[in-house]
Design a protein around this ligand. Structure first.
Ligand code: GRG
Ligand code: 1GP
Ligand code: MG
Length: 247
């Protein structure tokens, strides 16, 4: 029987395998990037693709997901709003922005999406999204109209994740937002890790192989790279060749 995406990620976690995710913004998806991935070395593909954006201004979500699916890797929706749902994906991070206090992103968007998600039979992974202030405002902060957790307030981040877990969330996404000027601190990742066994995604501003390794060593189960891959697709090759990140 095929494992659900969540169980597959949990199995990798229990085997201490590091999972590298590439975030694809459908607005930036192009045939060039597609053929680069399709024709390149299959060993240099990430373990999993996330697809989403805090704002989509093109109608390319379905095409992007279908193209990515053809590469043979799991494709998981990482939706910025209720419109970013398509049954073509393998799963959806069904998330609530728990670092913020905007009801629209705590529960409003989820209510809008609920029927569509159920009917699509997508696997939904209940996830707490935790935004950290890394100094420069990000799209997600602006679009969600929420205040991120202060950079050095590990205790707030830890309590937020604990509360999410008590509410039944099974995964957390700790991040500074796309293109963050600095990454979430290793101290914060370690602190959160000590208090939860749930799946931990870490992203935002991760640009180099050293940062990828650091975040895994601090406790990330899944490290997500978006902007750096958009700028330089060969980054994947470098990461796999020099770091063996998944093994
Ligand atoms: C469960 C459903 C259907 C929706 C949940 C909606 C919520 C709560 C979203 C959380 C907040 C949010 C807007 C997250 C977006 C995360 C994301 C896909 C970021 C990608 O980066 P961008 O923010 O688009 O960055 P750029 O502007 O740099 O492209
Ligand atoms: O684009 P970057 O900075 O890599 O961030 C990826 C993801 O965590 C954004 O939500
Ligand atoms: Mg985007």
């Amino acid at each position: 029987m095929q494992l659900s995406i969540e169980n597959w990620l949990l199995e990798r976690k229990s085997e201490l395998k590091r999972t590298l995710a590439i975030l694809i913004d459908p607005d930036k998806w192009s045939n060039d990037v597609y053929f680069f991935l399709k024709n390149g070395n299959k060993n240099h593909l990430p373990d999993i693709f996330l697809v989403g954006g805090s704002l989509l201004s093109t109608n390319q979500l379905e095409k992007t997901v279908k193209d990515l699916k053809s590469l043979g890797k799991p494709v998981v929706l990482f939706p910025g709003n209720s419109m970013q749902v398509t049954k073509e994906a393998d799963a959806i991070l069904f998330m609530s922005l728990i670092s913020g206090r905007n009801p629209e992103f705590l529960i409003g968007q989820q209510v809008h999406a609920a029927h569509h998600v159920k009917e699509s039979k997508l696997e939904a992974i209940p996830l707490g999204y935790v935004l950290i202030d890394t100094g420069v405002p990000t799209s997600v902060q602006y679009m969600s109209n929420t205040q991120p957790i202060p950079y050095n307030k590990e205790d707030i981040a830890i309590s937020t994740v604990m509360a999410g877990e008590l509410l039944g969330m099974r995964a957390f996404y700790l991040e500074g937002g796309s293109g963050a000027s600095k990454t979430v601190s290793n101290t914060m990742i370690k602190g959160v890790k000590e208090k939860t066994d749930s799946l931990l995604f870490v992203g935002g501003g991760i640009r180099s192989k050293n940062e990828v390794v650091e975040k895994f060593e601090a406790g990330a189960d899944i490290v997500v790279i978006g902007s750096a891959f958009e700028k330089n697709q060969s980054l994947l090759k470098e990461l796999y060749e020099e770091l063996n990140v998944t093994i």
